[in-house]
Design a protein around this ligand. Structure first.
Ligand code: BV8
Length: 246
């Protein structure tokens, strides 16, 4: 990796009172999990994720949506955390205060050892009653496409936030609080196109926090970031943790 960290980045992280990290699908790209911007592969090439990840798609064709998520779950089940996930878990041990907020639903931060992960968009490992919202920790216990809750007969759905659905209140409020309190905001592997997650950085910018974007491609935030590091997070994050904390 040819990137040299400006000394100001090292200093900002060493002196940070509260580091917040917001991660997106790019953080899992090096684990082989396709991002939303990647073209869907194979069977799903003809579908647009933003069409399938919606209550309307579920109402129209719950079986298709369930099978799409089963395909994604199997894809994620084969994925392992990459060096970027492990680096964020390590950063949390060094930082005075560290808040990890993710838009991802692949559970890879938890598998890398991160705790207290704030999941803004849910988690593909869990399913919930489509009407009751009653959450079940694993979907293997159920059969059917989509499965039905044995007693009530209600359909089960993935415990994720679809487009047009409100985000879980506690998680969103925690993320907002951290974005307002942090003095370093890491924006990692996200196109910053999906709201309200994408607008959290505005709170950090408003408070003159040091905003560090890690993304090989430019985003709508790049020009406002204090530093933009155009490299993959799986490479940069371990190098950054070593450069800052040895
Ligand atoms: C809501 C779970 C309100 C499901 C997801 C305000 C302004 C504008 C629009 C809206 C707004 N408020 C609401 C909206 C509408 C909508 C929205 O934002 N639409 C966008 C498309 C314009 N938002 C919503 O609907 C949200 N709900 O606000 O409700 C409301 C109010 C009242 C009543 C009802 C509702 C809900 C949004 C959550 C949707 N669910 N996921 C599932 O996954 O199936 S979002 C989903 O897409 C992901 O979770 C993720 O968040 C998003 C994709 O974004 P990224 O993670 O950034 O991934 P992406 O592929 O886009 O980019 C990857 C990046 O990684 C790229 O930049 C790439 O360069 C980079 N990269 C690649 N490789 C690497 C890398 N970076 C580093 N290292 C690498 N190796």
């Amino acid at each position: 990796m040819s990137y040299q960290f400006p000394p100001q980045i090292i200093e900002a992280l060493q002196q940070a009172k509260h580091i917040m990290a917001l991660t997106g699908a790019g953080t899992s790209a090096e684990s082989g999990v396709p991002t939303f911007r990647d073209a869907q592969t194979g069977l799903w090439a003809q579908y647009d994720p933003q069409e399938l990840a919606t209550p309307d798609a579920w109402a129209r064709n719950p079986q298709l949506v369930w099978e799409w998520y089963t395909w994604r779950r199997n894809l994620v089940a084969e994925a392992r955390p990459n060096a970027g996930h492990y680096a964020l878990a390590k950063m949390a041990q060094h930082a005075n205060q560290f808040t990890l907020v993710t838009q991802n639903i692949d559970n890879l931060h938890q598998e890398a050892g991160s705790s207290n992960v704030i999941e803004l968009h849910g988690n593909l490992r869990r399913i919930k009653g489509a009407n009751s919202g009653c959450v079940y920790p694993n979907w293997e216990a159920f059969t059917g496409s989509p499965p039905q809750e044995p007693v009530s007969g209600e359909y089960m759905r993935p415990d994720v936030v679809w487009f047009g659905e409100i985000l879980p209140e506690v998680q969103l409020l925690s993320a907002i609080e951290a974005s307002q309190a942090c003095d370093v905001y890491l924006l990692i592997g996200t196109s910053s196109l999906v709201h309200p997650a994408a607008s959290l950085v505005v709170n950090a910018l408003r408070n003159q926090a040091t905003v560090i974007e890690i993304n090989p491609n430019p985003t709508p935030i790049t020009e406002y970031a204090t530093y933009a590091i155009p490299h993959p997070s799986g490479e940069i994050l371990p190098a950054l943790v070593t450069a800052v904390w040895g």
